[in-house]
Structures are given as structure tokens and as C-alpha cells.
Write a protein of this length. Structure first.
Length: 498
């Protein structure tokens, strides 16, 4: 089993930056090999090309005139002009790649080039809503939440043959997104149409990141839209189970990643998602609640393999602005060292600090934070040489090093075994506390007690030799400094201990 390393780029802003760096306007099919070599070198297995679908003029107009967004643009890009505002890529006008990026043909060339670097392509699927300019708004208005009279977060339909008011897309805790139109998932025809779109994406990419995936769960959708009654026969079952089953019949290896919150991640994985966001882990890290991390991960147990672990994405502040460098380093080792999908964001490795607005065509230029860049380089190189991300990763349960020492609760320890070896392992060890912590931990490699073992820290300088019998009986003793992290390579160095 492999555990993907996903790298997210904003397609519009990435191409704008590459075009400037290379002195020529570049489309997707013209991305230089050197850019992909960099991703391959750090171990990226999947590239999430965020924002390839076009935004129409009506949705763009909303992005241009919204006062809060205009203020946010100035914070993200101080020299922005109206020409920089393309609108949100999550107000999708069409599921054909924007011509400004190279169109579907350019994407196909880019995908083939990615494949030559053994990198798979992930695209967006926005299931909850469409953009104001999508043709269904006028041609198939019945596919959207609507009513004969106005209601909160609604607007009048422009089709005279079916006069009604249609809802803007929303989640239950915020006002509607005024650049979008809410799809009606209580209607069978809507589910069929959207499942067909998912199926079409299996021919364009290798997986999808599904925006706000939990909003489509039947109980969530019904609660969100209970104030707009649906008068037809309601669809039964869950959309995701139906759509994912259909897509995987066509492409068994097609990957589904759910943006998910509210404790519904497991429910979505039960319905077929390969991975779901681990937002809880992110929150514990950035809000410095280290005591919560170990019980969270041990509670997930084997389900960690179905979570996407991240420190950044386009919806969250830059991690370099949220945590100090020592916590940043520990968190990187933690997020990269867990089973499941490991998730990096464009600019994260360089310490970018500005939050880039998805509505903008370009991002601000920033100097590289050399301290952060020099931290990531060796860490990624060390992880790429280890067993981490390959085979089985198992989260271990540390225990007190001595009576009344409760600092073991701040450790996360993951044992990885190389898939082609019974005697070579890697041990990820992280102390997330602001103080030194000690623990012991049991692990049981094949023939542990019959060998002497060498532990070499791949991201530090420590090298230890330990007797296998002692490890089996007492466990491995660990003593880490505040927010310390280690990646031990374990290998036998002798015949049976005496």
C-alpha cells in the first residue's frame, strides 16, 4: 500500500508565475519539465491542479463588486487591478478546462507529461453548486433548489418558461455564496446529472478533490434546505455512494478526496471516499493543543490511512504565519510521518506568508524564507529515502517512562516497515509539547528479541545501539526536547543477543 504525497497548486496563479519566471506566456501543455522534476524529486505522487474550470462573467461580477472581497484582494495582492479578478474557480461555468489555461487539449498533454514523471493528476469536483453562468441555470432550472416565491439567499430565474426563484449555494452556517447556484440533491435527475459529470472526469484526470463533500449527505442537505420544501419524489440513498461506485467501475484506481468537516469524515469514507481531510489534527497543531493529538490519532487507529494530513491549503492561513519555527518543524514531521495522504501546498516549502485569494489571477511576490526552505529540504529528502509512505504505517501507544511521568501523552510514534523487508523499519517520533518529554514504547519487528538493533536518526545526528531482548521486555526509551522530532532507521546489526 502506498500513501500519496499530494501537492496543491492554484492553476491560474502557478501558470502566471511560471510565465513570468520563464519570460513567455505558458499554458498547461507548455509547463517546463524542470518544474515537474522538482516535484518528483521531493516525492510528490499526486498534483492537485486547483481551479482549472472557467468562471463566467456573472460570477466574476460578484467577485468584482463584493466589498469584503475587494478588501481581501488588497491584503493578498496590494497592486491588484480589476483585470486580476477572474472570479472564484468554485463558481464553475463549465467542466471544460478554461481556454486561458490551454483547454482540454492542453490538460491532456500536461497529464501525459505528469505521468512520465510518475505523478498523477487531481482536479476539482464542486458538487454542491454551480456558477451563475452555467447553462443549466437557464436550460434546466429544475435541477436547482427553488420555489415560486422569494426566500432567503434566492434570486429570480431568468428563464420565462419556468418562472421561479433559485437558491445560491451555501452551507448551513453561513450566508449564500452569491456567485453560485445551489443544486437540488433531493431530485433524482440532479443526482444523475452530477454523477454523469463525475464519470466524465475519470477520462480527464486520475482523481478528484470534492469541495465541501459533507454538504451532500442526506441529513445535512435536508437540514440546510428544510425551509425550501421539495414537492417531488425524493431521491433515496446517498449520492456519494452511487457516484463513487459508478466512477470506480469505470476506473477502479480513480481517487476521491473529500473536503470534510464536522466529524463527518468517517461517514464519507464509509460511502467510498479514499481520503478525507483531517481538519481536527490541523486545528490541534495551529491552536497549540498538543495534549489532544495523541488521543485523536490513536482513536482514529487504522482510519488514519483514510485521512489527508495537512498544514496548509488554499482555504487556510499560511502555516508560516500561524506557528513558530520549532512547532512548524515538529508538525511537518508529524504530518509527513502519518499513514494516509500527506498534503503539501504551493509556497509552503518556501515560507510564503500571504494568503492568496482564489479569485485572483496572480499572487504577490515574496522573498523566500531561507530558514523554512532549509528546514523542508533535508526533511523531504530524508523521508523519501525511508519506509514512510510505503507499506504499512502503524501508530504505536507510548507509555510512561517512569511512575507519575505523564509527558508520554505528548508523543506521536509511527512504525513503518519497508514492504520488501522483514527487518528494516523506520520509526517516526514527535514530541509536540513545549517541554522535554519522555516515554517508552513497545514495537515488535520480526525477531526483535533475537537481534541487536541500530537506530540512526535520518533527520538528526543520533545513532544508538539497543539490545533486542531489552526492547521486547522494557520497550524503547525515548527522551525528546521541546517540540523535538526524529526519524529513526532501524536495522539489525548482529546475530542473536546473548
Amino acid at each position: 500500500m502506498t500513501h500519496p504525497l499530494l501537492y496543491e497548486v492554484n492553476a491560474r496563479q502557478w501558470l502566471a508565475r511560471l510565465s513570468e519566471n520563464h519570460g513567455a506566456a505558458l499554458s498547461l501543455h507548455q509547463v517546463p519539465d524542470s518544474e515537474l522534476e522538482v516535484l518528483q524529486k521531493i516525492g510528490v505522487t499526486h498534483l492537485w491542479l486547483m481551479g482549472v474550470w472557467p468562471t463566467g462573467e456573472k460570477s466574476r461580477a460578484q467577485a468584482l463588486t463584493h466589498p469584503d472581497l475587494r478588501k481581501a484582494y488588497s491584503e493578498a495582492l496590494p497592486d491588484w487591478t480589476d483585470a486580476d479578478v477572474l472570479g472564484s474557480p468554485y463558481a464553475v461555468a463549465d467542466l471544460r478546462v478554461a481556454e486561458s489555461l490551454g483547454g482540454d487539449a492542453g490538460l491532456a498533454v500536461f497529464r501525459a507529461k505528469l505521468a512520465s514523471f510518475k505523478i498523477k493528476l487531481i482536479l476539482d469536483f464542486v458538487p454542491n453548486h454551480l456558477g451563475l453562468d452555467h447553462e443549466w441555470v437557464s436550460k434546466r432550472p429544475e435541477l436547482f433548489v427553488g420555489a415560486p416565491s422569494p426566500f432567503q439567499d434566492s434570486f429570480p430565474s431568468e428563464t420565462s418558461s419556468h418562472p421561479r426563484f433559485i437558491a445560491h449555494g451555501k452551507d448551513p452556517y453561513f450566508p449564500g455564496w452569491t456567485d453560485t447556484v445551489q443544486l437540488e440533491y433531493r431530485r433524482v435527475e440532479t443526482r444523475e446529472a452530477m454523477a454523469s459529470l463525475v464519470l466524465s472526469l475519470t477520462k480527464k484526470c486520475d482523481g478528484v478533490r470534492c469541495d465541501m463533500a459533507m454538504l451532500l449527505l442526506s441529513e445535512i442537505f435536508e437540514r440546510t434546505w428544510a425551509h425550501v420544501p421539495f414537492d417531488g419524489p425524493c431521491a433515496t440513498g446517498e449520492f456519494w455512494q452511487q457516484a463513487i461506485t459508478s466512477a470506480k467501475q469505470a476506473r477502479p484506481d480513480f481517487l476521491f478526496l473529500a473536503e470534510a468537516y464536522w466529524g463527518l469524515e468517517g461517514r464519507l469514507c464509509d460511502l467510498g471516499f479514499d481520503y478525507a481531510y483531517d481538519k481536527s489534527l490541523y486545528d490541534f497543531i495551529v491552536h497549540d493543543h498538543p495534549f489532544n493529538i495523541q488521543p485523536h490519532l490513536l482513536g482514529l487507529a487504522n482510519h488514519n490511512a483514510n485521512r489527508a494530513h495537512f498544514l496548509e491549503n488554499h482555504d487556510e492561513p499560511r502555516i508560516s504565519t500561524e506557528v513558530p519555527l520549532d512547532l512548524h518543524r515538529a508538525a511537518v514531521v508529524l504530518a509527513l510521518g502519518l499513514p494516509g495522504m500527506r498534503f503539501l501546498h504551493d509556497g509552503q516549502l518556501e515560507g510564503v506568508r500571504r494568503f492568496a485569494r482564489v479569485q485572483l489571477a496572480r499572487s504577490a511576490k515574496e522573498p523566500i524564507d531561507t530558514a523554512i526552505q532549509s528546514m523542508y529540504g533535508p526533511l523531504l529528502a530524508a523521508f523519501s529515502k525511508s519506509a514512510v509512505g510505503q507499506g504499512e504505517g502503524r501508530i504505536l501507544s507510548p507509555f510512561a517512562a517512569w511512575e507519575n511521568n505523564h509527558s508520554f501523552r505528548f508523543f506521536t510514534i509511527v512504525l513503518w516497515r519497508k514492504p520488501d523487508s522483514e527487518t528494516h523499519f523506520d520509526l517516526v517520533v514527535v514530541n509536540m509539547a513545549q517541554h522535554p518529554s519522555q516515554c517508552r514504547v513497545h514495537f515488535n519487528p520480526t525477531g526483535l528479541s533475537g537481534k541487536t538493533w541500530q537506530l540512526t536518526d535520518r533527520i538528526g545526528t543520533e545513532v544508538w545501539t539497543r539490545d533486542g531482548r531489552e526492547l521486547a521486555e522494557s520497550g524503547l526509551f525515548l527522551d525528546l526536547p521541546p517540540r523535538g522530532a526524529q526519524l529513526f532507521a532501524l536495522a539489525p546489526v548482529s546475530q542473536p543477543s546473548r
